[in-house]
Design a protein around this ligand. Structure first.
Ligand code: SF4
Length: 244
């Protein structure tokens, strides 16, 4: 993000830690975002509709950060509700998630929460300006602080740059970075406007990225199974008695 230092991800938190309070604060944050018109007041947007720019729950282990919602998301009042969302859901399925996980298990957010409109010279959606990114950034930081994901999917060059600094897609897709115990996973944008995924070599990089995500998901499922076993078989003897 030009002019701003990379976003620092806070350490992951278990879903049940302060859950009720986090849910209360997240609902309040969502209401605040819905009422926000900072970019309209500043003259950057003709209208603000942030409902399209976020969706999710406390307890979602994966958080996805896109650039900004597009017009389809605004019409349907849901982020990634068009073809890009179907592609992303397909990528999640390749990583072992069930169909529909994008909207059922992943907290979806974006660098800016309102539709920036079309790019003036065509070629898809307009990129939010550094000033818009700066105005909306506090909302994203507060979402991160409340969701505390285990993995953050950075979708597209702008999201990757906001968290990791400027990087070439070919050098970063297929790799991951760990920050404060959370995995950051760069992904290409699924938009049909981007030609990047047409190259077989780039598809191979995407496959490597999805394999990383699949591995984390397997770890989380193993943790869940271990936790369930502990709940099903509560300890009767003390640790000293059990282990001597
Ligand atoms: S993009 Fe963000 S800061 Fe700008 S009006 Fe929408 S919610 Fe507010």
């Amino acid at each position: 993000m030009i002019g701003s230092p990379p976003i620092v991800v806070p350490p992951p938190l278990d879903a049940e830690t302060n859950r009720a309070e986090r849910e209360r604060l997240l609902a309040a944050l969502h209401r605040e975002q819905e009422a926000c018109d900072r970019c309209v007041v500043a003259g950057y947007l003709p209208r603000a509709d942030s409902v399209a720019g976020y969706r999710g729950r406390i307890g979602d282990r994966v958080m996805l950060i896109g650039q900004a919602p597009g017009h389809l998301s605004v019409e349907r009042r849901m982020p990634f509700s068009g073809p890009g969302g179907r592609i992303l859901d397909g990528w999640l399925q390749r990583a072992g998630f069930p169909a529909g996980a994008l909207h059922a298990e992943v907290y979806i957010s974006a660098l800016t929460k309102c539709d920036p409109g079309k790019a003036p010279r065509g070629g898809g959606d307009r990129k939010p300006s550094p000033a818009e990114l700066a105005l909306c950034r506090p909302f994203l930081l507060r979402e991160l602080e409340l969701i505390r994901p285990r993995a953050v999917l950075l979708v597209g060059g702008m999201a990757i740059e906001a968290f990791l600094g400027p990087r070439k897609l070919t050098e970063t897709i297929g790799t991951s970075v760990e920050r404060n115990g959370a995995h950051l996973l760069p992904l290409p944008h699924p938009s049909g406007v981007s030609r990047w995924l047409n190259a077989p070599a780039h598809q191979a990089l995407l496959a490597r990225a999805l394999a990383l995500l699949a591995g984390w998901r397997e770890e989380w499922e193993a943790e869940d199974r271990a936790r369930e076993r502990r709940i099903l078989t509560p300890q009767f003897y003390s640790e000293e008695e059990r282990h001597g």
